[in-house]
Design a protein around this ligand. Structure first.
Ligand SMILES: Cc1ncc(COP(=O)(O)O)c(C=O)c1O
Length: 368
Protein backbone atom coordinates (compact mmCIF):
# COMPACT_ATOMS: atom_id res chain seq x y z
CA UNK A 1 0.00 0.00 0.00
CA UNK A 2 1.34 3.39 -0.95
CA UNK A 3 1.38 6.04 1.82
CA UNK A 4 -0.19 8.56 -0.53
CA UNK A 5 -2.21 7.96 -3.69
CA UNK A 6 0.01 7.51 -6.72
CA UNK A 7 -1.78 9.15 -9.62
CA UNK A 8 -1.76 7.97 -13.18
CA UNK A 9 -1.26 11.63 -14.12
CA UNK A 10 -1.37 14.99 -12.37
CA UNK A 11 -1.10 18.41 -14.04
CA UNK A 12 0.64 21.14 -12.07
CA UNK A 13 0.44 24.91 -12.19
CA UNK A 14 3.30 27.01 -10.81
CA UNK A 15 3.92 30.61 -9.78
CA UNK A 16 5.12 31.60 -13.25
CA UNK A 17 1.68 31.00 -14.74
CA UNK A 18 -0.01 33.17 -12.11
CA UNK A 19 2.31 36.08 -12.93
CA UNK A 20 1.89 35.72 -16.69
CA UNK A 21 -1.90 35.37 -16.47
CA UNK A 22 -2.04 38.41 -14.17
CA UNK A 23 -0.14 40.43 -16.80
CA UNK A 24 -2.65 39.41 -19.48
CA UNK A 25 -5.57 40.31 -17.21
CA UNK A 26 -3.97 43.68 -16.44
CA UNK A 27 -3.49 44.31 -20.18
CA UNK A 28 -7.26 44.01 -20.82
CA UNK A 29 -6.37 42.03 -23.99
CA UNK A 30 -7.62 38.55 -23.27
CA UNK A 31 -8.22 37.49 -26.87
CA UNK A 32 -5.64 35.76 -29.05
CA UNK A 33 -2.81 38.24 -29.40
CA UNK A 34 0.87 38.83 -28.82
CA UNK A 35 1.13 36.33 -25.95
CA UNK A 36 -0.28 33.65 -28.25
CA UNK A 37 2.27 34.62 -30.89
CA UNK A 38 5.07 34.26 -28.32
CA UNK A 39 3.79 30.84 -27.34
CA UNK A 40 3.66 29.79 -31.01
CA UNK A 41 7.25 30.98 -31.51
CA UNK A 42 8.47 29.08 -28.47
CA UNK A 43 6.86 25.86 -29.70
CA UNK A 44 8.22 26.38 -33.22
CA UNK A 45 11.74 26.87 -31.82
CA UNK A 46 11.41 23.88 -29.52
CA UNK A 47 10.30 21.54 -32.30
CA UNK A 48 12.27 23.04 -35.17
CA UNK A 49 9.07 23.70 -37.12
CA UNK A 50 9.06 26.69 -39.45
CA UNK A 51 5.50 27.60 -38.46
CA UNK A 52 3.36 26.84 -35.42
CA UNK A 53 -0.32 27.80 -35.44
CA UNK A 54 -2.17 27.75 -32.12
CA UNK A 55 -5.70 26.38 -31.90
CA UNK A 56 -8.28 25.64 -29.24
CA UNK A 57 -7.42 21.93 -28.89
CA UNK A 58 -5.50 19.04 -30.39
CA UNK A 59 -8.73 17.98 -32.05
CA UNK A 60 -9.24 21.32 -33.79
CA UNK A 61 -5.54 21.32 -34.75
CA UNK A 62 -6.05 18.00 -36.55
CA UNK A 63 -9.27 19.21 -38.16
CA UNK A 64 -7.61 22.44 -39.27
CA UNK A 65 -4.61 20.67 -40.78
CA UNK A 66 -6.86 18.38 -42.80
CA UNK A 67 -9.20 21.19 -43.85
CA UNK A 68 -6.24 23.35 -44.88
CA UNK A 69 -5.11 20.51 -47.15
CA UNK A 70 -8.52 20.74 -48.82
CA UNK A 71 -9.78 17.45 -47.41
CA UNK A 72 -13.55 17.10 -47.19
CA UNK A 73 -16.59 15.17 -48.41
CA UNK A 74 -15.81 12.12 -50.53
CA UNK A 75 -12.23 11.89 -49.25
CA UNK A 76 -10.69 9.26 -46.99
CA UNK A 77 -8.05 9.64 -44.29
CA UNK A 78 -6.33 6.61 -42.78
CA UNK A 79 -6.29 6.54 -38.98
CA UNK A 80 -5.00 3.78 -36.68
CA UNK A 81 -7.64 1.74 -34.89
CA UNK A 82 -6.03 2.19 -31.47
CA UNK A 83 -5.96 5.89 -30.67
CA UNK A 84 -7.97 8.49 -28.81
CA UNK A 85 -11.21 8.94 -30.73
CA UNK A 86 -10.31 12.57 -31.50
CA UNK A 87 -8.05 11.40 -34.34
CA UNK A 88 -11.02 9.91 -36.20
CA UNK A 89 -13.47 12.61 -35.12
CA UNK A 90 -11.25 15.31 -36.59
CA UNK A 91 -11.45 13.54 -39.96
CA UNK A 92 -15.22 13.19 -39.62
CA UNK A 93 -15.54 16.91 -38.89
CA UNK A 94 -14.09 17.71 -42.32
CA UNK A 95 -16.79 15.58 -43.97
CA UNK A 96 -14.22 12.98 -44.99
CA UNK A 97 -14.32 9.34 -43.92
CA UNK A 98 -11.83 8.00 -41.39
CA UNK A 99 -10.58 4.65 -42.68
CA UNK A 100 -9.32 2.59 -39.77
CA UNK A 101 -6.14 0.55 -40.16
CA UNK A 102 -4.83 -2.03 -37.73
CA UNK A 103 -1.95 -1.43 -35.34
CA UNK A 104 1.27 -3.25 -34.65
CA UNK A 105 1.16 -5.38 -31.48
CA UNK A 106 4.70 -4.52 -30.45
CA UNK A 107 4.50 -0.73 -30.80
CA UNK A 108 0.72 -0.12 -30.53
CA UNK A 109 1.16 2.24 -33.49
CA UNK A 110 -0.14 2.18 -37.06
CA UNK A 111 0.94 -0.98 -38.87
CA UNK A 112 2.56 -0.07 -42.23
CA UNK A 113 1.23 -3.22 -43.95
CA UNK A 114 -2.31 -2.52 -42.75
CA UNK A 115 -1.89 1.05 -43.92
CA UNK A 116 -0.92 -0.12 -47.41
CA UNK A 117 -4.02 -2.35 -47.56
CA UNK A 118 -6.29 0.52 -46.47
CA UNK A 119 -5.27 2.84 -49.32
CA UNK A 120 -7.91 3.48 -52.00
CA UNK A 121 -8.13 6.00 -54.86
CA UNK A 122 -9.96 8.28 -52.38
CA UNK A 123 -7.20 8.35 -49.75
CA UNK A 124 -6.16 11.96 -49.26
CA UNK A 125 -4.07 11.76 -46.09
CA UNK A 126 -2.48 9.35 -43.63
CA UNK A 127 -2.63 10.17 -39.92
CA UNK A 128 -0.08 8.20 -37.89
CA UNK A 129 -0.44 8.64 -34.13
CA UNK A 130 2.61 8.62 -31.85
CA UNK A 131 1.01 6.78 -28.93
CA UNK A 132 2.44 7.69 -25.50
CA UNK A 133 5.21 9.63 -27.29
CA UNK A 134 6.55 6.56 -29.12
CA UNK A 135 7.19 7.29 -32.79
CA UNK A 136 5.05 5.55 -35.38
CA UNK A 137 7.19 3.84 -38.02
CA UNK A 138 7.52 6.95 -40.15
CA UNK A 139 10.18 5.46 -42.42
CA UNK A 140 7.87 2.64 -43.54
CA UNK A 141 4.76 4.83 -43.49
CA UNK A 142 6.65 7.48 -45.45
CA UNK A 143 7.60 4.94 -48.11
CA UNK A 144 3.95 3.93 -48.59
CA UNK A 145 2.84 7.57 -48.53
CA UNK A 146 5.44 8.56 -51.13
CA UNK A 147 4.62 5.65 -53.42
CA UNK A 148 0.98 6.79 -53.50
CA UNK A 149 1.63 10.55 -53.34
CA UNK A 150 -0.40 10.94 -50.13
CA UNK A 151 0.51 13.53 -47.46
CA UNK A 152 1.12 12.59 -43.82
CA UNK A 153 -0.57 14.57 -41.06
CA UNK A 154 0.98 13.45 -37.77
CA UNK A 155 -1.11 13.21 -34.66
CA UNK A 156 1.66 14.20 -32.27
CA UNK A 157 -0.77 15.08 -29.46
CA UNK A 158 1.20 12.85 -27.07
CA UNK A 159 4.63 13.54 -28.49
CA UNK A 160 5.79 17.09 -27.73
CA UNK A 161 9.62 17.18 -28.23
CA UNK A 162 9.76 13.44 -28.90
CA UNK A 163 12.13 12.74 -31.79
CA UNK A 164 12.78 10.16 -34.48
CA UNK A 165 15.35 10.19 -37.27
CA UNK A 166 16.82 13.43 -35.92
CA UNK A 167 13.55 15.39 -36.18
CA UNK A 168 10.79 16.30 -33.76
CA UNK A 169 7.63 14.28 -34.14
CA UNK A 170 5.02 16.54 -35.69
CA UNK A 171 7.55 18.06 -38.10
CA UNK A 172 8.09 15.05 -40.34
CA UNK A 173 4.78 14.98 -42.22
CA UNK A 174 3.42 17.95 -44.16
CA UNK A 175 1.74 18.94 -40.88
CA UNK A 176 1.77 17.70 -37.31
CA UNK A 177 -0.54 18.44 -34.41
CA UNK A 178 0.08 18.88 -30.70
CA UNK A 179 -2.31 18.95 -27.75
CA UNK A 180 -2.03 20.94 -24.53
CA UNK A 181 -4.90 19.26 -22.71
CA UNK A 182 -4.34 18.65 -18.99
CA UNK A 183 -2.80 15.19 -19.31
CA UNK A 184 0.08 16.39 -21.49
CA UNK A 185 3.57 17.47 -20.40
CA UNK A 186 2.50 21.10 -20.61
CA UNK A 187 -1.09 22.30 -20.58
CA UNK A 188 -3.08 25.38 -21.44
CA UNK A 189 -6.29 23.86 -20.03
CA UNK A 190 -7.34 23.07 -23.56
CA UNK A 191 -5.23 23.99 -26.56
CA UNK A 192 -3.43 22.69 -29.60
CA UNK A 193 -0.90 23.62 -32.26
CA UNK A 194 -0.38 22.76 -35.92
CA UNK A 195 3.26 22.54 -37.02
CA UNK A 196 4.28 22.89 -40.64
CA UNK A 197 7.22 23.95 -42.79
CA UNK A 198 4.96 24.67 -45.76
CA UNK A 199 4.42 28.41 -46.26
CA UNK A 200 1.26 28.05 -48.36
CA UNK A 201 -0.29 25.61 -45.89
CA UNK A 202 0.63 27.98 -43.07
CA UNK A 203 -1.31 30.77 -44.80
CA UNK A 204 -4.37 28.53 -45.16
CA UNK A 205 -4.15 27.46 -41.51
CA UNK A 206 -4.10 31.09 -40.34
CA UNK A 207 -7.09 31.99 -42.49
CA UNK A 208 -9.12 28.93 -41.60
CA UNK A 209 -8.62 29.30 -37.87
CA UNK A 210 -9.91 32.87 -37.93
CA UNK A 211 -12.88 33.28 -40.24
CA UNK A 212 -10.88 33.42 -43.44
CA UNK A 213 -8.91 36.52 -42.44
CA UNK A 214 -5.29 36.43 -43.64
CA UNK A 215 -4.19 38.68 -40.75
CA UNK A 216 -5.40 39.19 -37.19
CA UNK A 217 -8.57 41.24 -37.60
CA UNK A 218 -10.50 44.01 -35.94
CA UNK A 219 -13.86 42.25 -36.10
CA UNK A 220 -15.08 45.12 -38.33
CA UNK A 221 -13.88 46.12 -41.76
CA UNK A 222 -11.68 43.08 -42.26
CA UNK A 223 -11.18 41.38 -45.61
CA UNK A 224 -12.20 37.70 -45.47
CA UNK A 225 -10.63 35.56 -48.20
CA UNK A 226 -12.54 32.40 -47.46
CA UNK A 227 -14.92 30.64 -45.12
CA UNK A 228 -13.23 29.96 -41.80
CA UNK A 229 -13.79 29.13 -38.16
CA UNK A 230 -12.90 30.48 -34.75
CA UNK A 231 -10.14 28.36 -33.22
CA UNK A 232 -8.21 31.18 -31.58
CA UNK A 233 -6.15 30.35 -28.49
CA UNK A 234 -6.47 33.29 -26.13
CA UNK A 235 -3.63 35.27 -24.55
CA UNK A 236 -4.87 33.93 -21.22
CA UNK A 237 -4.35 30.31 -22.26
CA UNK A 238 -1.07 31.08 -24.01
CA UNK A 239 0.18 32.75 -20.80
CA UNK A 240 -0.44 29.47 -18.96
CA UNK A 241 1.41 27.62 -21.73
CA UNK A 242 4.41 29.98 -21.60
CA UNK A 243 4.58 29.56 -17.84
CA UNK A 244 4.42 25.78 -18.18
CA UNK A 245 7.30 25.77 -20.67
CA UNK A 246 9.64 26.74 -17.83
CA UNK A 247 9.21 23.23 -16.37
CA UNK A 248 9.26 21.34 -19.66
CA UNK A 249 12.80 19.97 -19.39
CA UNK A 250 12.47 18.78 -15.81
CA UNK A 251 9.09 17.18 -16.56
CA UNK A 252 10.44 15.38 -19.63
CA UNK A 253 13.39 14.16 -17.58
CA UNK A 254 11.06 12.89 -14.87
CA UNK A 255 8.79 11.12 -17.38
CA UNK A 256 11.88 9.49 -18.87
CA UNK A 257 13.08 8.52 -15.41
CA UNK A 258 9.67 6.97 -14.62
CA UNK A 259 9.95 4.85 -17.76
CA UNK A 260 13.57 3.87 -17.04
CA UNK A 261 12.67 2.72 -13.54
CA UNK A 262 9.76 0.67 -14.88
CA UNK A 263 11.91 -0.77 -17.66
CA UNK A 264 14.57 -1.82 -15.16
CA UNK A 265 12.16 -3.08 -12.50
CA UNK A 266 9.80 -4.93 -14.81
CA UNK A 267 12.26 -6.56 -17.21
CA UNK A 268 11.83 -10.20 -18.23
CA UNK A 269 8.61 -10.92 -16.39
CA UNK A 270 5.97 -13.43 -17.40
CA UNK A 271 2.66 -11.75 -18.14
CA UNK A 272 3.90 -8.19 -18.66
CA UNK A 273 5.98 -6.43 -21.30
CA UNK A 274 6.67 -2.79 -21.99
CA UNK A 275 6.47 -1.61 -25.61
CA UNK A 276 9.22 0.79 -24.50
CA UNK A 277 10.85 3.84 -25.99
CA UNK A 278 13.88 4.41 -28.16
CA UNK A 279 15.54 6.84 -25.78
CA UNK A 280 18.83 6.97 -27.67
CA UNK A 281 16.86 7.82 -30.82
CA UNK A 282 15.30 10.77 -28.97
CA UNK A 283 11.85 9.44 -28.10
CA UNK A 284 10.37 11.27 -25.11
CA UNK A 285 8.04 9.14 -22.99
CA UNK A 286 4.84 10.88 -21.98
CA UNK A 287 3.14 7.91 -20.33
CA UNK A 288 4.67 4.47 -19.71
CA UNK A 289 2.44 1.83 -21.28
CA UNK A 290 2.51 -1.90 -20.59
CA UNK A 291 1.02 -4.99 -22.22
CA UNK A 292 -0.42 -7.15 -19.47
CA UNK A 293 -2.02 -10.59 -19.83
CA UNK A 294 -4.39 -10.05 -16.87
CA UNK A 295 -4.70 -6.32 -17.31
CA UNK A 296 -7.97 -5.59 -15.57
CA UNK A 297 -7.00 -7.71 -12.58
CA UNK A 298 -3.67 -5.86 -12.29
CA UNK A 299 -5.43 -2.51 -12.62
CA UNK A 300 -7.80 -3.45 -9.77
CA UNK A 301 -4.94 -4.85 -7.66
CA UNK A 302 -2.98 -1.60 -7.97
CA UNK A 303 -6.04 0.62 -7.45
CA UNK A 304 -6.73 -1.20 -4.17
CA UNK A 305 -3.23 -0.12 -3.12
CA UNK A 306 -3.86 3.51 -4.19
CA UNK A 307 -1.77 3.20 -7.34
CA UNK A 308 -3.75 4.43 -10.31
CA UNK A 309 -3.39 3.30 -13.88
CA UNK A 310 -5.37 4.11 -17.01
CA UNK A 311 -6.69 1.39 -19.30
CA UNK A 312 -6.13 1.87 -23.02
CA UNK A 313 -8.82 3.13 -25.36
CA UNK A 314 -11.22 0.60 -26.83
CA UNK A 315 -10.30 0.03 -30.49
CA UNK A 316 -12.14 2.65 -32.53
CA UNK A 317 -13.90 0.03 -34.65
CA UNK A 318 -15.74 -1.13 -31.51
CA UNK A 319 -17.16 2.34 -30.81
CA UNK A 320 -20.66 3.15 -32.10
CA UNK A 321 -19.67 5.80 -34.68
CA UNK A 322 -17.00 3.62 -36.30
CA UNK A 323 -18.33 0.09 -35.76
CA UNK A 324 -16.78 -2.68 -37.91
CA UNK A 325 -16.15 -6.43 -37.54
CA UNK A 326 -13.40 -7.34 -35.07
CA UNK A 327 -11.64 -9.73 -37.45
CA UNK A 328 -10.39 -6.82 -39.55
CA UNK A 329 -8.28 -5.58 -36.64
CA UNK A 330 -6.44 -8.49 -35.01
CA UNK A 331 -3.61 -6.28 -33.73
CA UNK A 332 -5.91 -3.79 -31.97
CA UNK A 333 -8.15 -6.61 -30.67
CA UNK A 334 -5.11 -8.28 -29.15
CA UNK A 335 -3.38 -5.17 -27.78
CA UNK A 336 -6.34 -3.00 -26.72
CA UNK A 337 -7.60 -5.19 -23.86
CA UNK A 338 -4.04 -5.83 -22.65
CA UNK A 339 -2.66 -2.30 -22.76
CA UNK A 340 -2.42 -0.22 -19.62
CA UNK A 341 -0.74 3.03 -18.72
CA UNK A 342 1.16 2.66 -15.48
CA UNK A 343 1.32 5.66 -13.11
CA UNK A 344 3.26 8.13 -15.26
CA UNK A 345 2.87 11.57 -13.70
CA UNK A 346 5.87 13.92 -13.68
CA UNK A 347 5.04 14.51 -10.02
CA UNK A 348 6.11 10.96 -9.08
CA UNK A 349 9.26 10.23 -7.09
CA UNK A 350 11.62 7.30 -7.52
CA UNK A 351 10.06 5.84 -4.40
CA UNK A 352 6.57 6.05 -5.94
CA UNK A 353 7.65 4.20 -9.08
CA UNK A 354 9.54 1.61 -7.05
CA UNK A 355 6.40 1.09 -4.97
CA UNK A 356 4.43 0.41 -8.19
CA UNK A 357 7.15 -1.89 -9.49
CA UNK A 358 7.08 -3.91 -6.26
CA UNK A 359 3.28 -4.17 -6.37
CA UNK A 360 3.28 -5.25 -10.03
CA UNK A 361 5.88 -7.91 -9.27
CA UNK A 362 3.84 -9.12 -6.31
CA UNK A 363 0.73 -9.36 -8.52
CA UNK A 364 2.56 -11.25 -11.27
CA UNK A 365 4.09 -13.65 -8.77
CA UNK A 366 0.72 -14.52 -7.29
CA UNK A 367 -0.86 -14.76 -10.75
CA UNK A 368 1.74 -17.08 -12.27
C1 LIG B 1 -3.65 10.71 -29.72
C2 LIG B 1 -4.49 11.92 -29.46
N1 LIG B 1 -5.04 12.55 -30.50
C3 LIG B 1 -5.78 13.64 -30.33
C4 LIG B 1 -6.01 14.16 -29.08
C5 LIG B 1 -6.93 15.33 -28.96
O1 LIG B 1 -6.38 16.42 -28.33
P1 LIG B 1 -7.31 17.39 -27.47
O2 LIG B 1 -7.80 16.65 -26.29
O3 LIG B 1 -6.38 18.52 -27.13
O4 LIG B 1 -8.41 17.83 -28.38
C6 LIG B 1 -5.43 13.54 -27.97
C7 LIG B 1 -5.52 14.02 -26.60
O5 LIG B 1 -6.30 14.36 -25.89
C8 LIG B 1 -4.67 12.37 -28.16
O6 LIG B 1 -4.14 11.72 -27.11
Amino acid sequence: MSERPIPWWAPKIGDGEYALVRDVLASDYLNEGEVTTRFEREIATLTGAKHAVATTSGTTALFLALAALGIGHGDEVIVPDLTFIASANAVKLTGATPVLADVDRATLNLCPEALERAITPRTRAIMPVHVSGRAADLAAIGTVAKAHGIPIVEDAAEALTSRAGGKSLGTIGVAGCLSFSPNKTITTGQGGMVLTDDDALHGRLRELKDHGRPVRGTGGDDVHHSVGFNFKLTNLQAAVGLGQLAYLRERLDRQKRNYELYARGLAELDGLTLPGFNLTGGEAPLWTDAIVERRDALDRFLAARRMHCRRFWFPLHTQAPYRQPDDRFPGAMWAGPRALWLPSAFTLTDQDVECVVAAVREFLKSAN
